[in-house]
Structure formats: structure tokens, C-alpha cells
Design a protein around this ligand. Structure first.
Ligand code: KG4
Ligand code: ZN
Length: 339
């Protein structure tokens, strides 16, 4: 089993994330020795979204310098490594291949194991990087640019999907809605910032699929409601902020309703928030309020571990390697991959 530091590499989309972590049962966050990140947001901004080929090329440029930086920060040399973990999917195929090829090559040269990790498992386990981490069983709300899911974590590695999105993911809904109101990419944070200036109740959008049982989500209809409201409005700055506020309220409310329902269904009393939309301040406040009222506990990873990062991949890899899991040395990635 591997108890030496594990190098974690995340290149599934537009962030190059690298981290070093030594597995510490019980308090994994304490074992985090270094983490570095390079975001390609500026590179893709002028295209209004991630351009896959440009993403791959930029990962190629940034990955090794970031590894060197993390090593220096941790005071380690490559010979100190016990293994290498990388995101094997889901994500952009070219971007994934950069991380997978580099990870497998480094592991091969060092004579240590490499392990491909499911990106969503990384997000699910990110809260374990914090002090006083939750312990399974818990329910995780995974809300990112590609996913809106409620997952029951019965044990590490034992996951049951309680609900999923039928169309747009929550982050995608933020991004698309922001774009149609003329906000810059990535739209989620921009829209959330604008919503702070919005007047609550000036507009109202529906809470999709909350009026029937079940835990699935659907966000694409909200986008259409916003488009209609925006087209029919005076398109002033205040109106744009008002609509942003109403959209954010609708998404937050919908997520809150489904989170409560998922706790009832599973019987869990711990809720974990993960993925980029977990950075949303109003969502955090709403869930904290609900937790205090309903008597469950809610765990938020720090903002930098909500969005894509190498630390969560190093953690998932360290756990799996410490458990003795092995893979052969084929460089294989899975652009689409069920948890
Ligand atoms: O997890 P993540 O970094 O990447 C994916 O795996 O998708 O999530 C990125 C998503 C984007 O859609 C972004 O707009 C959204 O998270 N996001 C936010 C906020 N910060 C990031 N959405 C709403 N409010 C925020 N503050
Ligand atoms: Zn992600």
C-alpha cells in the first residue's frame, strides 16, 4: 500500500490542477502538502466558452511547470513519490489525455503506480480535505458546469445516484443564462455578482420539477423564461440585475428543495456540497439556514476546492492506492463515464 506522497493531476477541462498529498486516515486534509492551479479562463474568454483544442495545448504547456512548483512548495523530489493520480474522465478527451499521458509517463519512469480517477469522485471527496470532515454515509450535491446530481455516499467508493439533471447542469444554466444577457464568460460568477444588485421579487421564475416527487433536475426551461423576460424588458442595468437575482433565487430554491428531499429519502443527516456552483454565496447561505432549522449538518469545501483542482484528485488517488487498487499501464481516458 502507498503511504508516500501521491501526485494528483487534474486536466479534464480548462483548469490545470496539481497537488501533493500524503494519505492520512481520518484527517486527509492534514496530508495535503502542496497544491497549484492554472486557470485557462482568460484563454477561452474571447470565444465565450472552452475551446477543446486550445485547452489541450495549454495543459501541455502548463502541466510540468506546475508539477515542479508543487514539488518545490512541498520540499519533495520526484523520488519521494509513492504514486500518481490523474483524472481519467469524464471531460474533454484531448485535455484528459494530456494529464493521463504525463501521469503514466512519470509513474513509469519512477517505478510507482498510476491511477485514473473519476472527476466526480474527486468533487465528492473534496470536503474530506477540510478540518472536521464528514464521514460516510452522507449525501452530496454535485453542481458543476457539467453536472447536477445528488449522490448518496454510503462509503468511499460506494455511490448511489439519487437524482440527476435531465438537460442542462446547474452551472451550465448559469453560464447560458449569463451569456444570453450579455455577461462575459464564465457566466456563473458574473451572474451571481450582478444578482447582488438585483431587487428580490422584481421578477419570478419557476422552480422546475419541485411540484412532483423525485430528485431529478431540469434547468433548461429556466433559461427560456429568462430569455423571454429579458427580451420583453427595458434591458436597463437594473433590470438585468433584477433578472439575475430572480434566476439565482429560482436555482438556489430548487437545489434547496431537492437537497432537503434527498436527506429525507436517504435518512442521512450530513450534506456535502461540491462542484463549481458550490461557490455560490446565496446557495451556501440558504443551505446553512436550512441546516440550522432542520438539524442536519452541511459541509462546504473551501472555494478553491469547490471548483476543479488537483487536490481532490490526489486525495481520491491516495485513498484508492492506499487500498491497494491497481491498474495496468495503458493510457486510457473516458470522456463520458458514469460514476
Ligand atoms: O466544478 P467546476 O469548476 O467545473 C466543472 O467541472 O464544470 O464548475 C464550473 C461551473 C461553471 O458553470 C461556473 O459558471 C459555475 O461553476 N460557478 C458558479 C459560481 N462560481 C462558479 N455558478 C454560480 N455562482 C458562482 N458563484
Ligand atoms: Zn469539475
Amino acid at each position: 500500500t502507498v503511504t508516500k506522497p501521491v501526485l494528483g493531476i487534474e486536466t479534464s477541462c480548462d483548469e490545470t490542477g496539481v497537488a501533493l498529498l500524503r494519505w492520512e486516515p481520518g484527517q486527509p486534509g492534514r496530508g495535503l502538502l502542496a497544491h497549484t492551479l492554472y486557470s485557462q479562463i482568460k484563454l477561452h474568454a474571447e470565444y465565450g466558452g472552452v475551446v477543446p483544442e486550445l485547452a489541450s495545448r495549454d495543459h501541455v504547456r502548463k502541466l510540468l511547470p506546475l508539477v515542479r512548483e508543487a514539488m518545490a512548495e512541498a520540499g519533495l523530489t520526484p523520488q519521494d513519490l509513492g504514486g500518481v493520480a490523474y483524472t481519467a474522465g469524464p471531460g474533454l478527451v484531448g485535455a484528459l489525455l494530456v494529464g493521463a499521458a504525463a501521469a503514466r509517463a512519470m509513474a513509469w519512469a519512477l517505478g510507482v503506480p498510476a491511477i485514473g480517477i473519476h472527476h466526480m469522485e474527486g468533487h465528492l471527496l473534496a470536503p474530506l480535505l477540510e478540518n472536521d470532515p464528514p464521514s460516510p454515509p452522507f449525501v452530496a450535491l454535485l453542481v458543476s458546469g457539467g453536472h447536477s446530481m445528488l449522490v448518496e455516499v454510503k462509503a468511499i467508493g460506494e455511490y448511489r445516484i439519487l437524482g440527476d439533471t435531465l438537460d442542462d447542469a446547474a452551472g451550465e444554466a448559469f453560464d447560458k443564462t449569463a451569456k444570453l444577457m450579455g455577461l462575459p464568460y464564465p457566466g456563473g460568477p458574473a451572474l451571481a455578482l450582478l444578482a447582488e444588485q438585483g431587487r428580490p421579487g422584481a421578477f419570478r421564475f419557476s422552480r422546475p420539477m419541485t411540484d412532483r416527487p423525485g430528485l431529478d433536475f431540469s434547468f433548461s426551461g429556466l433559461k427560456t423564461q429568462v430569455l423571454l423576460a429579458w427580451r420583453q424588458s427595458d434591458q436597463s442595468e437594473q433590470t438585468r440585475a433584477d433578472i439575475a437575482r430572480a434566476f439565482e433565487d429560482a436555482v438556489v430554491d430548487t437545489l434547496l428543495i431537492k437537497c432537503r428531499r434527498s436527506l429525507d429519502v436517504s435518512g442521512a443527516r450530513q450534506l456535502v456540497i461540491a462542484g463549481g456552483v458550490g461557490a455560490n454565496k446565496r446557495l451556501r447561505a440558504a443551505l446553512s439556514d436550512a441546516a440550522a432549522k432542520d438539524g442536519f449538518r452541511v459541509y462546504f469545501p473551501r472555494l478553491e476546492f469547490c471548483t476543479d483542482n488537483g487536490a481532490m484528485i490526489a486525495l481520491a488517488g491516495a485513498i484508492r492506492l492506499a487500498g491497494g487498487q491497481q491498474q495496468d499501464e495503458t493510457v486510457q481516458v473516458f470522456p463520458r463515464w458514469d460514476l
